[in-house]
Design a protein around this ligand. Structure first.
Ligand SMILES: Nc1ncnc2c1ncn2[C@@H]1O[C@H](COP(=O)(O)OP(=O)(O)OP(=O)(O)O)[C@@H](O)[C@H]1O
Ligand SMILES: [Mg+2]
Length: 434
């Protein structure tokens, strides 16, 4: 007797799959996100294939394609690798379409560049292109049917293609709605095959959910060659592009853009914008972080306010909350700051998010300055990891950080020479007596 087709449910948020329907996904805890899916039929007629030795493999040195947007090139590790698949994730309205339209415009000057738009009509894209300028050479296809998109790519073979967005593509073979995990996974897998076989470097635009992961298809991150995250506050003009995964370059590489009426403009020297403090301001400190290969000066602001709450608040924007709680605890215990009855708020300039521990000392300094009511000495920058014992650990690549601090006029750089947090605070704050 033929085996009945297996019934299969998968979660639209995290991709968890199970054999029976459940109200709550055991993978991510969301309610009502499991939907039935049909699995593609397996075909059992596979033939063994011939093997090759690596020495016999011939490659023509893959030359990277410059996107014409220097900040994007930097994040990609020096340009776009031909036939690669790049996922660009970001919140709605952060500027994904704008950035990629800018890049396509530049690429179309000497290569074929195709935009597949499923979200906006051709007329809407035209309006944006007119605002940005320099986009006349881009070819455009308004299509959401996966088969049609793949067939077009195979026939036209453009050098670079942008799919805006992968969530709008749908295939008839898969029963579920566009944007569901199985549709997105199928779309990415098919586009991966087409891009490798036809040599089309493909950007996939993907939306991200509230918690910052690319909506639904976590699985996508494994399929693609690079995952770029486009972040930034919609209410600020500055946007940050980060490589979360990169098969052809370093991760955590950072690109900084400013959103203007004429599109996204690259910011070659972000330290100059984010690392500025106003002399004599209480609760502000400058730190130097290292994102990928790029040292970056950042202003950190802190506010320490008395509170009646039994559990004082520690609120950080752009800082990891656990890290912040730890720094506050070390400051109380090892530097004698009375933070137990105070709310502590910390903010990083320009909507930048700090991921590395090298910025600890800068955060600690801003909090200590706010708590003591004493400004940090002028022209001082600090970096270093704060240990639980109150001792400072050296940050990686200290020389490059010091160099960046000096370049932007910080005469005193705290961190590499200091042994303990207390010593550093004494050096940075005018009357940090105890
Ligand atoms: N005339 C303008 N001047 C300045 N900024 C503009 C102008 N028009 C649009 N923008 C900016 O562009 C942003 C939208 O960019 P874009 O459409 O590229 O975002 P997106 O990430 O593709 O969004 P979605 O996820 O909705 O597709 C807006 O948030 C706005 O800040
Ligand atoms: Mg868009």
């Amino acid at each position: 007797m033929a085996k009945a087709a297996a019934v299969h449910f998968s979660c639209a948020e995290c991709g968890y799959s199970t054999g029976r329907w459940l109200g709550r996904c055991p993978g991510c805890g969301s309610f009502g996100t499991l939907a039935e899916e049909s699995l593609p039929a397996a075909n059992g007629s596979a033939q063994p294939k011939a093997l090759l030795r690596l020495a016999e493999v011939e490659v023509d040195e893959a030359k990277r394609i410059s996107t014409g947007v220097p900040e994007l090139d930097r994040v990609l590790g020096g340009g776009l690798v031909p036939a690669s698949l790049v996922l660009v994730g970001g919140e709605p309205g952060v500027g994904k379409s704008t950035l990629l339209l800018n890049a396509l415009g530049e690429i179309s000057r000497d290569r074929r560049a195709l935009l597949v738009t499923g979200e906006e009509s051709v007329a809407q894209v035209k309006l944006r292109a007119a605002r940005l300028g320099g986009c006349d050479g881009i070819e455009i296809l308004a299509e959401t049917e996966l088969d049609a998109v793949c067939a077009t790519l195979e026939r036209e073979q453009p050098a670079v293609c942008v799919i805006d967005s992968v969530q709008t593509l749908w295939s008839q073979e898969i029963g579920s709605a566009p944007g569901s995990v199985s549709q997105v996974r199928e779309a990415a897998a098919r586009l991966l095959r087409v891009s490798k076989e036809s040599g089309v470097a493909t950007f996939l635009v993907g939306h991200v959910t509230k918690d910052g992961s690319v909506a639904g298809p976590r699985v996508l991150e494994h399929l693609v060659d690079c995952v770029l995250q486009f972040e930034g506050d919609r209410y600020h003009a500055h946007r940050i592009l980060r490589a979360v995964k990169n098969r052809f370059g370093s991760t955590n590489e950072l690109g900084v853009f400013e959103m203007t009426g004429a599109g996204l403009i690259g910011v070659p020297d972000p330290s100059e914008i984010f690392g500025k403090t106003h002399g004599g301001e209480i609760g502000a400190a400058v730190t130097c972080t290292l994102e990928g290969t790029r040292p970056l000066l950042l202003e950190i602001q802190a506010l320490v306010a008395p509170t009646d709450l039994a559990m004082p608040r520690r609120v950080g924007t752009g800082v990891d909350p656990k890290r912040l709680a730890m720094i506050v605890a070390v400051l109380s215990r090892h530097a004698g700051l009375p933070l137990g009855t105070a709310d502590v708020f910390v903010n990083v300039a320009g909507g930048v998010r700090i991921d590395e521990p090298g910025a600890d000392l800068g955060i600690g300094l801003a909090i200590a300055s706010a708590a003591k009511g004493v400004p940090v000495r002028e022209g001082l920058a600090a970096f270093g990891e704060i240990g639980l014992t109150g001792r400072l650990r050296p940050a990686t690549q200290a020389d490059r950080r010091v160099e960046e601090c000096r370049k932007f006029g910080c005469e005193t750089v705290l961190g590499p020479g200091s042994e303990t947090l207390r010593q550093a605070l004494q050096a940075a704050l005018a009357d940090f007596a105890n």
